[in-house]
Write a protein that binds this ligand. Structure first.
Ligand code: CP
Length: 306
């Protein structure tokens, strides 16, 4: 099976086979990142443009590293020093980049659907690097690869996703990825952070973290978005941490070999305790390492099609 898509906008529309294909493509690239000279010629002559309208450490850096390790030419586009500040629209910006003969556009934007609009209106291959509260597909694929590597399979695993699922693009993409791959997903958080519509995606909803974590194989903690929603959706950060923070005590209730995951950036002591972040159960930095390989695999597949 080959990857026939022009873009990667989300995982809602991807089949399990397509997701497996991206993970398969990523695996050999892990070895490349371990070499002294971390480069292969797979994207030589191609141009990748990173267009990030929101702050990012992991996603932007790993897309840049992934493209450079594939020998692509990489341009990092900063909206604050571009003609966007003079009023140029997102679509006009993308069309200009297209006519400079770029091949892949990686977009992070605060509006859900921004990547889809560009994908429909340009010949560029568009990769959604996070659009509003909608999806963050490459993060979920990195998480999927990490779970598969550590557990050997995804099917039938019990996975708890804890926190502000209402405003989390990572949660949405992970729910699509994990349910399609046959995991049993539990959504955990206060009612203000768990939309009822999640049940339609095949997840079991819990408001009691101590019950939800019992026996799970994987816990994905989500960042409490302090800058956006935390204070209005919960009486206090301290209260949130008490009821929904992942502590070492709570980890004891999960399966003995539980994986603790977090997409980053982490609020230590809020959604996850300091000692849990640094514990042997945490695979947070493995998720980051796999993010480079997944993005290399994805760009390789998209470039094959171009
Ligand atoms: N996981 C994630 O998207 O992190 P960044 O915001 O640092 O890219």
């Amino acid at each position: 099976m080959s990857f026939k898509r022009k873009d990667l906008l989300g995982l809602a529309s991807l089949s399990p086979e397509e997701m497996a294909l991206i993970l398969e493509a990523a695996e050999p690239f892990k070895e490349v990142s371990g070499r002294e000279i971390k480069k292969v010629p797979a994207l030589r002559g191609k141009t990748v443009v990173n267009l990030f309208f929101e702050p990012s450490t992991r996603t932007r850096t790993s897309f840049e590293l992934a493209a450079k390790r594939l020998s692509a030419d990489v341009v990092n586009f900063s909206p604050s020093s571009s003609s966007v500040v003079k009023g140029e629209t997102l679509l006009d910006t993308a069309r200009n980049i297209e006519f400079m003969q770029a091949d892949i556009l990686v977009l992070r934007h605060s509006s859900a659907g921004a990547a889809e609009i560009l994908a429909k209106n340009s010949r560029l291959s568009v990769i959604n690097a996070g659009d509003g509260w909608h999806e963050h597909p490459t993060q979920a694929l990195s998480d999927l690869l990490t779970i598969k590597e550590k557990k050997g399979q995804v099917r039938d695993l019990r996975v708890a996703i804890v926190g502000d699922l209402a405003h989390s693009r990572v949660a949405r993409s992970n729910i699509h990825a994990l349910t399609k791959m046959g995991a049993n997903v539990r959504a955990v958080g206060p009612p203000t952070m768990i939309p009822l519509s999640l049940q339609r995606l095949g997840v079991e909803v819990f408001h009691d973290f101590d019950k939800a974590i019992a026996g799970v194989d994987v816990v994905i903690t989500l960042r409490l978005q302090l800058e956006r929603q935390g204070r209005s959706l919960f009486p206090s950060i301290r209260e949130y941490a008490r009821l929904y923070g992942l502590t070492a005590e709570r980890v004891q209730r999960a399966a003995q070999d539980v994986l603790v995951m977090h997409p980053g950036p982490v609020n230590r002591g809020v959604e996850i305790a300091h000692d849990v972040v640094d514990s042997g159960s945490a695979v947070i930095l493995d998720q980051v390492a796999n993010g480079v390989a997944v993005r290399m695999g994805l760009m390789y597949l998209l470039a094959q099609r171009n």
